[in-house]
Design a protein around this ligand. Structure first.
Ligand SMILES: C[S@@+](CC[C@H](N)C(=O)[O-])C[C@H]1O[C@@H](n2cnc3c(N)ncnc32)[C@H](O)[C@@H]1O
Length: 300
C-alpha cells in the first residue's frame, strides 16, 4: 500500500536504534515504565483487575514496550501489530511472555479476526497513515461489542518539532535517507536543549507559569536522548496529519461508539465503547462501499 515503505523503513530505523539503547533506553519520549502504565490505565479507564484475561490489540506497537507491560499486568492475550521492519525486536523483547503475539501487519488489512478484542489501543499511530479516519474505521472493526477503543493522534496546534518538519517537507529534506535524518536529529538536539532550558526558565516567572496539564508537559525536563528521539520521530515519517478533538470524536460517532471521552489537554486522546454487532456490520459494509466507490472514481 502507498506510504507503507516509508513507514516501515523510518520507524524500523527508529525502533532498532531504540532497542540498541541509542534513542532513549530506560524512558520512551521521556516517560518511565510506571508513567506509561499510569497513562494506559487513565486513557482506557481500566484498572488492573479489569484487564485480567482481556484480549488486547496494541495496534502500531512500535518498540513493544507497552505490549509487554499489558501482558505482565495479566491480560489474557496481547497482540502487538506493526508494519515496520523492527517487529523482530519487539518480538525479541516479549518472547518470554506466553500471552504476547507479535505480528507484522498493516492496520488497513489486519490478518486478525474482526471484533475479537476487548480493548484496542493505538497510541500515536494512525496520523502516520495516509488516511487517519480510515485507519480509525479499520480499528473500530476489531473491537468486540461493548469493548473499548482508544486512539491518540497529533493535535492540531503549534508544535516546534512539527513546524520544522513542515519546513523539511516543503524543501524535500524529509526525503533524506534515515541515517542522514538521524544525524540531523542529533545535531538539532543540542540547540533545542538550550532553547528548552530558556523556555523553562521563562515559564518559571510568576504570571507565566503553566496553568494546564499540557503547559506542565511543555516545561518538564528532557534529556538529550529524548530530544534526539523526538526530532527523529518528527522528521522521518512521510505522513503526520494533525487533528482536532471534534474530528476525532466525530470518527468515534460515525462508527456508532458510545461513552466517548476525550482526555485532558490536548484532547486528542479519545476512547469509546463499541456498538453492538449489527451496527458494526452495517458501518463496516457502508465503509467498504464508500471505499470501493472512491477507488472506482479515482483517476487511473
Ligand atoms: C510513533 S510510533 C508509536 C508506537 C507505540 N504505539 C508507542 O506509543 O510508543 C508509530 C508506530 O505506528 C506504526 N504504524 C504506522 N502506520 C502503520 C500501519 N499502517 N500499520 C501498522 N503499523 C503502523 C509505525 O511503524 C510505528 O511503529
Amino acid at each position: 500500500m502507498e506510504g507503507l515503505d516509508n513507514v516501515a523503513k523510518s520507524f524500523g530505523y527508529e525502533w532498532k536504534a531504540h532497542h540498541r539503547g541509542v534513542l532513549e533506553d530506560e524512558t520512551l519520549f521521556g516517560r518511565t515504565l510506571a508513567e506509561d502504565w499510569e497513562y494506559f490505565l487513565t486513557a482506557t479507564g481500566q484498572r488492573d483487575p479489569a484487564l485480567r484475561d482481556a484480549v488486547v490489540l496494541d495496534a502500531g506497537c512500535g518498540s513493544g514496550r507497552l505490549t509487554r507491560q499489558i501482558a505482565e499486568h495479566g491480560a489474557g492475550a496481547v497482540v502487538g501489530v506493526d508494519v515496520n521492519e523492527a517487529v523482530d525486536e519487539a518480538y525479541a523483547a516479549t518472547r518470554d511472555l506466553p500471552n504476547v503475539y507479535i505480528v507484522q501487519g498493516n492496520i488497513f488489512a489486519l490478518p486478525l479476526q474482526e471484533r475479537a478484542f476487548d480493548l484496542v489501543w493505538s497510541n500515536g499511530v494512525i496520523h502516520h497513515t495516509p488516511d487517519a479516519a480510515r485507519a480509525h474505521a479499520a480499528l473500530s472493526q476489531m473491537v468486540q461489542p461493548g469493548g473499548t477503543l482508544y486512539v491518540w493522534v497529533y493535535p492540531r496546534r503549534f508544535n516546534p518539532f512539527r513546524f520544522v518538519k513542515d519546513i523539511f517537507n516543503a524543501t524535500r529534506l524529509s526525503r533524506l535517507p534515515e541515517p542522514a535524518l538521524f544525524n540531523i536529529a542529533k545535531a538539532l538536539a543540542y540547540p533545542s536543549a538550550g532553547l528548552l532550558w530558556l523556555y523553562r526558565s521563562v515559564r518559571r516567572i510568576p504570571g507565566l507559569r503553566p496553568r494546564t496539564a499540557w503547559g506542565e508537559r511543555t516545561v518538564r525536563e528532557r534529556n538529550l536522548q529524548e530530544i534526539e528521539l523526538t526530532w527523529f520521530d518528527a522528521l522521518s515519517p512521510e505522513y503526520d496529519s494533525r487533528h482536532s478533538e471534534e474530528e476525532v470524536i466525530g470518527w468515534f460517532k460515525s462508527q456508532g461508539f458510545t461513552g466517548i471521552g476525550a482526555l485532558e489537554e490536548p484532547k486528542v486522546g479519545v476512547r469509546g465503547t463499541a456498538p453492538g454487532k449489527q451496527f458494526q456490520a452495517a458501518v463496516g459494509a457502508a465503509t467498504e462501499a464508500r471505499d470501493s466507490s472512491a477507488a472506482r472514481s479515482a483517476p487511473a
